[in-house]
Design a protein around this ligand. Structure first.
Ligand code: FES
Ligand code: FES
Length: 176
């Protein structure tokens, strides 16, 4: 486990709202931040911790590009305030692989060419990992339904479904 500290900012932000100290547990690291209390979890990860895997698409909870796991459950990080997730186990796409070994879902996405521009892909993969843990990858229809919060503008859906179904059918250990 490593400790990450962001550069301390003055205790008073330009907005006049005092900054807050928040400790986030991200991908096994303990990260201490001093941030505006209104900073979203997505911005804390991307702008303060340099974890840019989770993408900002709509910033309104509608596209799924920012999907991450909190305590193993998927959430959209753009609608979450960082300060509310103190001490909870957060996993981003950067924390999915085991050292240099890709997670089975990452490997399946690569095998099935389940992306074009790749912008939605981290969110798709995080959502798919959670889908497996939820036991909801039983059929193409289920995958379609329970991945509907993750939008792919490139329309790579058939390949995304194929990747998920392969992991599900092979009984791969797609857990974290
Ligand atoms: Fe979070 Fe679109 S950026 S759901
Ligand atoms: Fe381009 Fe999904 S691969 S948005």
């Amino acid at each position: 486990m490593k400790y990450v500290e962001t550069t301390a900012r003055p205790g008073q932000a330009a907005s006049g709202i005092p900054d807050v100290d928040v400790t986030l547990h991200v991908n096994g690291d303990v990260c201490r931040l001093r941030i505006d209390s209104r900073v979203t979890l997505l911005d804390a990860l991307r702008d303060h911790l340099g974890l840019t895997g989770a993408k900002k698409g709509c910033d309104q909870g509608a596209c799924g590009a920012c999907t991450i796991l909190v305590e193993g459950k998927r959430i959209v990080a753009c609608l979450a305030l960082a300060a509310q997730y103190e001490g909870q186990e957060i996993t981003t796409i950067e924390g999915l692989s085991d050292n240099d070994e890709p997670h089975p879902m990452q490997a399946a996405f690569a095998r099935h060419d389940a992306f074009q521009c790749g912008y939605c892909t981290p969110g798709q993969i995080m959502s798919a990992v959670s889908l497996m843990a939820e036991g909801r990858a039983r059929s193409d229809e289920d995958v379609c339904e329970f991945m509907s919060g993750n939008i792919c503008r490139c329309g790579a859906y058939p390949n995304i479904r194929a990747a998920i179904r392969e992991v599900a059918s092979e009984g791969n250990d797609a857990s974290l």
